[in-house]
Design a protein around this ligand. Structure first.
Ligand code: PFF
Length: 427
């Protein structure tokens, strides 16, 4: 017996849930450190080009596949390709990528949750320089007990929301968390750019030096565009499968892409002016925000409270992303094997936690264990974000544009749109 598929309660609910998936550690934690490591403004320009030329069309294509087939990634490709094994495997690649990303993403999400507790304990209060914050970061992240506890705690939170379902869990959580996050980031941007000596940081973000750009930088920018938009692994496809046929896909896609890009750029303006004001080097790698922000709050009235709220919101931003990752793999198992959603979410959460343990240990004891010069964490990140996601994106584009064909796909895209500029309806 087929159970009726859940649908989003409202258009806004879908947009906020999808934007919630897109906006996460990728925007606030990863984007700033990639900008810092890859030449500042020039990297941002390259990133924006990737977002507009590649990201937006693939977002539309991915939502379209999901909404038309109303299934998980594997089921959707199977249905629309009429059982072609190659395209089914593309859906399968998405599910595997979901496993991999969630396994290491959840470790960083766990750090931000751990920082909520540290902030409540007042651990950063006496810090005047990022070096001391950096020392605390190193000492915390190098303790297996600390890292694994929060890795587990975060997975439990993620499972709890998926357990509750689409409208009761995902939609409700996103509607509440997204607006709060935007507000707090704006407060921090204002504080950052008004710090003494912040001007250099603002210039760093605005003055593009294209000599820093190479083929590798381009790959990193493209990988980040996919990662940040949650693209290429069926997350938006899965969310699209809960979307009604009366909704306008291109408009929703534009809102999602706009919100995601806005928050990444704002995160840059939140961090870099402060980095320069404190005399730091921009290329700090993954610990950047954990070193800079705790100290920055000491320069704000009410900093103690703001710091707690910030790390809480960072955790929430991560949570709206981890739930989308777990949702992809959960829907896959629920749709394909007809198991109960509740049981599946708990079991998969446990498996992903275990797969994530080597990534977590990359910071606490297993630093020296490397493959191709990368730690377990670095390797899983590289393979999934820089190879699997763009690959998935290329296949999604080929599927809609070539295999399914724009002529056949277009009527489905037009469902829910009153007028879509530049379209000549095929007859
Ligand atoms: N887009 C999320 C971020 O920027 O933090 C990460 C992510 C979520 C990637 C979901 C992929 C995905 F399917």
């Amino acid at each position: 017996m087929e159970i009726k598929r859940e649908q989003w309660g409202s258009r806004l609910g879908f947009i906020l849930a999808a934007a919630g998936s897109a906006v996460g550690l990728g925007n606030i934690w990863k984007f700033p450190y990639l900008v810092g490591e890859n030449g500042g403004a020039a990297f941002i320009v390259l990133y924006l080009i990737c977002i507009v030329l590649v990201g937006l069309p693939v977002v539309i294509a991915e939502i379209l596949i999901g909404r038309t087939a109303q299934k998980n990634p594997v089921g959707s490709f199977r249905e629309l390709s009429k059982g072609n094994p190659f395209w089914i495997a593309v859906g399968g690649l998405g599910v595997i990528t979901g496993f991999l990303i969630l396994s290491y993403y959840n470790v960083i999400a766990g750090w931000s949750l751990g920082y909520v507790i540290e902030s409540i304990k007042g651990s950063f209060r006496q810090f005047n320089d990022p070096e001391s914050a950096g020392q605390l970061f190193n000492s915390l992240s190098s303790q297996p007990y600390w890292t694994l506890t929060f890795h587990a705690a975060f997975m439990i939170l993620t499972v709890a929301i998926i357990y509750a379902g689409v409208t009761k869990g995902i939609e409700r959580a996103s509607k509440f968390m997204m607006p709060m996050l935007l507000f707090l980031i704006i407060v921090l941007v204002i504080r950052g750019i008004t710090l003494n000596g912040a001007g250099e940081g603002v210039r760093y973000l605005l003055k593009a030096d294209f000599s820093a750009i190479s083929g590798k930088t381009f790959m990193i920018a493209l990988g980040q565009a996919f990662f940040s938009l949650s693209l290429g692994m069926g997350a938006l496809l899965t969310y699209g499968s809960y979307m009604s046929k009366n909704e306008n896909i291109p408009n929703s896609a534009l809102s999602i892409v706009f919100l995601d890009t806005l928050i990444a750029i704002l995160a840059g303006f939140m961090i870099f002016p402060a980095v320069f004001a404190m005399g730091l080097k921009p290329a700090q790698g993954p610990s950047l925000i954990f070193n800079v922000l705790p100290v920055m709050f000491n320069a704000i009235p009410g900093g103690y409270i703001f710091r707690i709220v910030f790390f809480l919101l960072l955790s929430m931003a991560a949570l709206t992303s981890t739930i989308s990752l777990l949702e992809v793999i959960t829907t896959f198992v629920v749709d394909e094997f007809n198991f109960s959603r509740k049981k599946v979410s708990v079991i998969l959460g446990g498996i992903v936690f275990l797969i994530g343990v080597p990534s977590a240990m990359s910071f606490c004891g297993w630093q020296k264990f490397t493959i191709f010069g990368l730690t377990c964490f670095g390797l899983v990140d590289f393979i999934s974000a820089n190879i699997f996601l763009p690959l998935g994106g290329i296949f999604i584009a080929l599927f809609v544009g070539w295999f399914w064909g724009t002529r056949k796909a277009l009527p489905y895209l037009l469902e829910g749109t009153k007028n879509f500029p530049g379209v000549i309806t095929a007859t």
